[in-house]
Ligand binder design. Sequence first.
Ligand code: NAD
Ligand code: IPM
Ligand code: MN
Length: 360
Amino acid sequence: MSKQILILPGDGIGPEIMAEAVKVLEVANSKFNLGFELSFDDLGGAAYDRYGVPLADETLERARAADAILLGAVGGPKWDTIDPALRPERGLLKIRSELGLFGNLRPAILYPQLAQASTLKPEVVSGLDILIVRELTGGIYFGKPRERTTLENGERMAFDTLPYSESEVRRIAKVGFDMAMVRNKKLCSVDKANVLASSQLWREVVEEVAKDYPEVELSHMYVDNAAMQLVRAPKQFDVMVTDNMFGDILSDQASMLTGSIGMLPSASLDVNNKGMYEPCHGSAPDIAGQGIANPLATILSVSMMLRYSFAQVAAADAIEQAVSQVLDQGLRTGDILSEGCRKVGTVEMGDAVVAALKNL
Ligand code: NAD
Ligand code: IPM
Ligand code: MN
């Protein structure tokens, strides 16, 4: 039976990086007989321009029907001033929420070839392999009320709400522990339990879940300290589990340990491991249209898709190996460039991965 993959390129550099990821996916498809059928639709600003909404109902239905979704990135200055309810980012949040994609895996792995590309000292980052497990469908991103109002004195004011239920914390904590079990059995739960009620519940529930995982060494860390520890000594971490907003911030920070945000893929999974796969970075309006964006985060997201949604381990490994070979060849987009390497654009990087994959 064929498998349906829905491709949502999005905005800004989204279509540029997606074109390369699709090339790689198509080669993997034929080389490993995966039986994938690809279809395309719009999300974000592109969807707003085409359908008048950032996520059309028919797109959502296609996403529900698909076996997996591959997403580029959404957003950009063109849509920053429209009705906030119609912003591109709302389309992304809606598809995550509607599909129940609560478990966001963001691996920060340093390819040894990129030790010089990180802004941190090579000895601090060499051998780095950490996994951030981010809760993706709850917390302050979705809490209600969320409002803008006016105070009696005429001052503008706005508020957001940060709710977490026990079951939401339990299920993401389980993802964290399960991931730790197949890695180095160390889990660090990151919260702000010295201040926030939602974090106090978070810590309590994580402790309860820990009873089912006696082999995992659990620690707790406040998010401000975690941000500091990530740049001081990132290799102390194996798996980190945290809420929606903390995970958003810490994963961008962790990306720089690997050389660039252009290297960080992600998987967003539901209870049955149905998933949407996307780079952690955004639509990079500052470099969009120039053909210089790094497509590797999206290409590595394809690898995560093969691994997590389809258990195609050999194909997933092959893509990662192809990426590694291209880095061995010294090819670098601008964001990961270092001395002695050759600067290439988005297409040339994609072509090189395709060639390496074909030759494996
Ligand atoms: P960004 O991640 O788009 O860009 C931050 C910086 O990283 C920029 O200097 C950019 O040029 C660089 N960068 C990002 N990806 C790169 C790549 N593949 N290769 C080389 N350089 C890369 O974050 P931002 O500028 O804060 O946000 C821009 C827009 O993207 C906003 O509209 C934001 O809401 C949106 N956004 C979307 C997603 C997503 O779709 N998942 C994620 C983050 C931000
Ligand atoms: C990400 C992005 C999104 C988030 C935005 C665009 C809604 O930053 O995927 O990391 O904050 O989750
Ligand atoms: Mn982000």
